[in-house]
Design a protein around this ligand. Structure first.
Ligand SMILES: Nc1ncnc2c1ncn2[C@@H]1O[C@H](COP(=O)(O)OP(=O)(O)OP(=O)(O)O)[C@@H](O)[C@H]1O
Length: 639
């Protein structure tokens, strides 16, 4: 791992852009001269020298005088005040409206359904008409007009914030933040807002430029600042009126207005570039978390009944069915009548090929199904409470504190903006309400618990500085932050190399012993499941086809699919003997055959298998969904 290093902040990155620095200096000078105009201006804004009207620059009047002999430099300084004030009002109003509204629209489908059409409607309103109405109503009060301009420009900015936030909201670490139990507000402020700052600042600079031009335009028309007060627009109007006698006056007034607009735009460009540089990171972006499940009830018989006695049942899933939109928009089940119990402190594996519905089952338990997928039947009871009947808030309250999640892509779950320690401390604060110092201490403690060497140092690193194994340990530490009683680990070792896989499995076993939490391990690999799980569910095409003690299934599989899966496992193979390959593939959702879903690939299939749905049957806690219970020696007798 590389040494911890800080990332230069936006301000420091901005200083690397000469044009932006020039723009910043120019704008700073304008602001200082405006604020301290009474100090810096050699003359009062209305101080007239009728003996020297329309003078070109002299030692007394550096920028000349206007048609009433007033000092142009002094009036430009005083005129900058309403200009800057107007810009400030517009920008503030636009930002205060657009940022929260745009974020809400991006993060909540309900809000978006209201916001998007409203934005379209507001953007079609002609701004100038509204501004003239406001000026007429408020006795030419420029601040009111500029506030109205802020309201009118807000919809455009809402679109920008929404679009930028939507992109960020799709990032895996935002999905992961929900998994870790963060509320919407915390996610919006902590993970999404910092990432939309760049586009927002760029667009605010354009809003500012528009506001300046509008303010100048209104004053040019004599509709804002009351004469004889100085305003840039009024000065441009004076200069235009005196063009036939002397055209110098338009040079300083026009140059100041144009210079300020250009500086605002250049500053926006600089911010955009500096923000983009901030996001260019050495590590490739990790892939996104995979989506998950929901369901319809069919077979309520527990496919994975826990032993009758033992610790209390922590999770009871009964007849869970999850559907996604299938061909023609009809719901297609991807999880079909899955039932199992998980007792406190127990480890249960779900094993099966890709596409069998393992992840969907896990994500349904978590209450985080992908868009379009939903639970169409069955129940999920956590500690006896029906989670499927819970409201959004109550369900979110379970995540992180009662149920935690670890995915196979730990790097994707970590926000690149924050150090590992910052990330963990935030999770601790969310779940325990601890103060900053305490949360920080607990964060380092958690890093120690997942056996990371030198936790203090690791706490200061950024995600891209971690190796895959370290990132997985950090993700596990994050999952532990809320003291969960159930950890759902979805292929937690798949992306790691073999030695690191073994270390992570050992860590999970140790943590499970230390904390007494239950583990639901999702894997396609018998080796992983066999390493960690007392009991296992074998899933095929959305259904549990076999369940029971892992050792029993491995020794004597009852279902031909379990048998084929075991025979195809390299860890259980004999050196020199080619591994068994199951012909065909898992049928896609919506294409499941009637009866046994595995029939088309099954070497023992008979007409009976496809005639009707197959019930779960078996003795004790070892059950399978097959018309025949296979003798143990049948693997050797494979046709
Ligand atoms: N967002 C989604 N929309 C529609 N279908 C989906 C979605 N996510 C997954 N599916 C489908 O649901 C089925 C079950 O997927 P799931 O991810 O649960 O399988 P899995 O057994 O966990 O396999 P893998 O290990 O590849 O994730 C698959 O057929 C998959 O194509």
């Amino acid at each position: 791992m590389t040494a911890p290093s800080g990332r230069p902040g936006l301000a420091r990155r901005l200083l690397r852009h000469p044009l932006a620095v020039g723009a910043l200096l120019y704008l700073a000078a304008v602001v200082v001269l405006a604020v301290f105009a009474p100090v810096f201006a050699p003359y009062g804004p209305q101080e007239a020298d009728l003996a020297r009207v329309l003078a070109t620059p002299t030692a007394d009047h550096w920028l000349g005088t206007d048609s009433l002999g007033r000092d142009i430099a002094s009036r430009l300084m005083f005129g900058a005040r309403p200009a800057l004030l107007g810009v400030l009002v517009t920008v503030l109003v636009a930002a205060v409206i657009a940022i929260p509204v745009g974020l809400s629209a991006a993060l909540s489908g309900g809000a978006d359904r209201i916001v998007s059409p409203l934005v379209d409607l507001l953007m079609s309103i002609p701004a100038i008409v509204v501004l003239l109405m406001v000026l007429a109503t408020f006795d030419q009060e420029l601040a009111a007009a500029m506030a109205a301009l802020g309201v009118l420009t807000a919809p455009g900015l809402v679109r920008v914030v929404r679009a930028a936030a939507l992109t960020v909201a799709g990032e895996p670490y935002v999905a992961a933040a929900r998994v870790y139990g963060f509320g919407r507000l915390a996610i919006a402020l902590r993970h999404v807002l910092p990432r939309v700052t760049g586009p927002v600042l760029v667009n605010l600079s354009l809003v500012a430029a528009t506001a300046l031009l509008t303010e100048t335009g209104l004053n040019f028309l004599g509709l804002g600042v009351h004469l004889p007060e100085a305003s840039w627009g009024g000065m441009v109007a004076d200069a235009s009126a005196a063009m036939n006698q002397q055209n110098w006056m338009l040079v300083p007034t026009g140059a100041v207005v144009a210079g300020t607009v250009i500086a605002l735009v250049l500053l926006g460009d600089g911010v955009r570039d500096a923000t983009a540089e901030g996001w260019a990171r050495p590590a490739a972006r990790a892939r996104s978390l995979r989506p998950a499940a929901a369901g319809r009830e069919r077979d309520r018989r527990p496919g994975g009944a826990a032993p009758a006695d033992g610790p209390p049942i922590l999770l009871r899933v009964e007849g869970l069915t999850v559907a996604v939109p299938g061909p023609g928009g009809r719901p297609a089940p991807v999880v079909d009548g899955v039932s199992f119990d998980l007792r406190a402190g127990e480890t249960l594996g779900i094993v099966g090929e890709s596409g069998c519905g393992k992840t969907m089952t896990g994500r349904a338990v978590l209450g985080l199904l992908p868009d379009g997928a939903h639970v169409t039947g069955g129940s999920i009871r956590v500690d006896g409470a029906d989670a499927t009947a819970m409201g959004r808030r109550e369900r979110a309250g379970l995540r992180g504190s009662t149920i935690a999640f670890v995915s196979q892509e730990p790097m994707a779950a970590l926000d690149p903006l924050f150090t590992v320690g910052g990330h963990l401390a935030e999770a601790v604060r969310v779940h325990t309400g601890a103060g900053r110092g305490e949360a920080r201490r607990r964060a380092v403690e958690l890093l120690g618990r997942v056996r990371l060497p030198d936790p203090e140092r690791v706490a200061k690193t950024y995600p891209h500085q971690l190796s895959g194994g370290m990132a997985q340990r950090v993700a596990i530490a994050l999952a532990l932050a809320g003291g969960p009683r159930l950890l759902i680990a979805d292929e937690p070792t798949t992306a790691l190399d073999v030695t690191v896989q073994a270390e992570i499995l050992r860590l999970l076993r140790t943590l499970q012993r230390e904390t007494g939490m239950a583990i639901l391990l999702i894997s396609h690999d018998w080796g992983t499941v066999g390493e960690l799980c007392e009991r296992t569910l074998v899933m095929y095409a959305g259904q549990v086809v076999e369940s029971g003690p892992t050792a029993t299934i491995v020794a004597a599989p009852q279902h031909p699919y379990s048998e084929g899966l075991l025979a195809a496992n390299p860890q259980l193979g004999t050196p020199g003997v080619p591994l068994h390959v199951m012909p065909g593939g898992v049928p896609a959702p919506g294409e499941w055959p009637p009866g046994c879903h595995f029939a088309a690939r099954c070497p023992y299939a008979t007409d009976e298998c496809t005639a009707h749905p197959i019930a779960v049957a078996g003795t004790g806690d070892h059950r399978s969904r097959c018309v025949r219970a296979l003798p143990t020696d049948v693997i050797g007798a494979r046709p």
